[in-house]
Write a protein of this length. Sequence first.
Length: 182
Amino acid sequence: MPLASVPIPWLLAYLGWSTAFGMRGIIWHQILEVENDRRAGCKTLGALIGETNLAHIGEWYVFPFEIVCFFLLLLLSRDSLFVIFLPIYAFTEWLRRKCWGCNIVIATPKPNMRFIMTEYYQIYFPFSFLSLALHSDRSAIFLIIAFILIFPGAMAKLVREMGIIFRWNVYEPIRIALLHNG
């Protein structure tokens, strides 16, 4: 497809989203390395302005811009499946937070952390686009199969983690209650 056939608003939304997500990753990495950069005398942005200011930029400017661009991208792509997939993603993150105490972070590293939206971008977003392609071209099923075969790691981790949460937080309490009442 020639570049001229890509709608400019869609292209700008895509470039804004991907650039902001990349910047957020860079900010996260810079925050991790501030002390090492200062000891080594490196003049990185993190070493110059500090973790707090860098986190503020990531959380109050870069992330909101990323999310706005991402939603524009979804709307311009006519991706209606995000109405289903985004709540599912949010629920799985909530389960990890509730059951395992995971910290959901925007830019500031924390112990036991989950970098917000990464799993959505890795699993739900591509699956949504490929599913939409399936509506107009049945051969897109091969793309979905290829996606699953080429990138099984994130999906396998999601399924494994949700299985563990279900087993220990749903199944086991019911099983124990039935054993004590039986």
